[in-house]
Design a binder for this molecule. Structure first.
Ligand code: F6P
Length: 359
């Protein structure tokens, strides 16, 4: 067997651990593994394919990012192609990718990616490509799996940052507003906000009213807490309002969210008269070494993906269900976004701790 592996979409801590696990597990079966660089782009230019031997990957489990590189604007069904006149046109190059994949003699592809990359994988599967998916995302928004690697590391980074903001907020009697990633779901904000003892957490699943958040801040002052920490998910929006966008989608890319932290900070400042500051944690949440939890999950996903290739379970992705890694149809996983249920235990816990959701 000759198998290929690629990483697509935004990077997430743990990608290299999956790659290492795939290579070692496949090597034990006597298979050859090749890494396709920059998502599917490496299949457009065959020079961007590297042989992954056990020696090549032996020390990468703890390494953030991806040794294969990744592509956010590399959707082969809407690929930005530069025409002779210099204009860039979105073109479907999927057939070229499939014929190059076959010409290189690959028997299977292990595609590691988030919802966007899994959607692309599913389109290739429909065109007959033998693909096994491995879900990754710091956002934790992929359904059909209890969790994805990258999320735990991102939450740890955010929690550590919130911990640090407490001391400066307290010293200056300020309100610190922390904007965290997560796209259209509030998992990172919720987990880091509760663990970091935030006073308010604003998430997309619960539209907020800032008057309620300001009331919370005023109540805290009455009991002697003159500072406050507000954690805002980048996708959070006010009741009846819209999500805040930094940049519209163009050329096979995605909408960039961001800016809500500043807005919330400005409004809280003028409503309460308190000094406020905002901070955007941004890509810090995607960087650095994966936590032990993420390493182990990623290693388990990689080994499972190789087992699924052997069993011919193409069209599925590795997923955690309780204590087991199982194969679930990719089609099912991309069918819906896994969002926070406003009635879940974790929200109830936060409310019991007095955390405001601005509702
Ligand atoms: O999906 C992962 C993620 O980090 C989101 O949380 C965030 O909105 C987005 O990617 C940022 O993307 P980019 O790296 O293109 O700025």
């Amino acid at each position: 067997m000759k198998i290929a592996v690629n990483t697509g979409g935004g990077d997430a801590p743990g990608l290299n651990a999956v790659i290492r696990s795939v290579v070692l597990a496949a090597n034990q079966k006597g298979w050859e593994v090749y890494g396709i660089k920059y998502g599917y782009r490496g299949l457009v230019d065959a020079k961007q394919i590297i042989r992954l031997t056990p020696e090549y990957v032996w020390d990468i489990t703890n390494l953030g990012g991806t040794i294969l590189g990744t592509a956010i604007k590399g959707d082969p069904f809407n690929f930005p192609v530069t025409k002779p006149d210099g204009s860039v046109v979105e073109t479907d190059i999927s057939d070229t990718i499939i014929s190059n994949f076959k010409a290189l003699g690959f028997d299977a592809l292990i595609a590691i990616g988030g919802d966007g990359s899994l959607r692309i994988a599913n389109m290739f599967i429909k065109k007959g490509m033998p693909i096994i998916g491995v879900p990754k995302t710091i956002d934790n928004d992929i359904s059909s799996t209890d969790v994805t690697f990258g999320f735990d590391t991102a939450v740890n980074t955010a929690t550590e940052a919130i911990d640090k903001l407490h001391t400066t907020a307290k010293s200056h009697d300020r309100v610190m507003v922390v904007e965290v990633m997560g796209r259209y779901v509030g998992w990172i904000a919720l987990h880091s906000g509760i663990s970091g003892s935030a006073d308010a957490i604003l998430i997309p699943e619960i539209p907020f009213d800032l008057e309620k958040v300001c009331n919370k801040i005023r109540q805290l002052a009455l009991i002697g807490q003159d500072y406050a920490i507000v954690v805002v998910a980048e996708g959070a929006k006010p009741v009846g309002g819209d999500i805040t966008i930094l940049e519209k989608a163009h050329l096979g890319g995605e909408v960039r969210l961001g800016g809500i932290g500043r807005k919330v900070s400005d409004i809280i400042g003028s409503m309460t008269g308190k000094e406020t500051r905002h901070i955007v944690l941004g890509h810090l949440q995607r960087g650095g070494a994966p936590t032990t939890f993420d390493r182990l999950l990623a290693l388990r996903f990689g080994a499972a993906a190789v087992r699924f290739v052997e069993a011919g379970k193409f069209g599925t992705m590795a997923a955690v269900h309780s204590t087991e890694i199982i194969a679930v149809p990719i089609e099912e996983a991309i069918g819906e976004t896994k969002s926070v249920s406003p009635t879940s235990d974790i929200i109830i816990t936060a409310r019991s701790l007095g955390i405001s959701f601005g509702d």
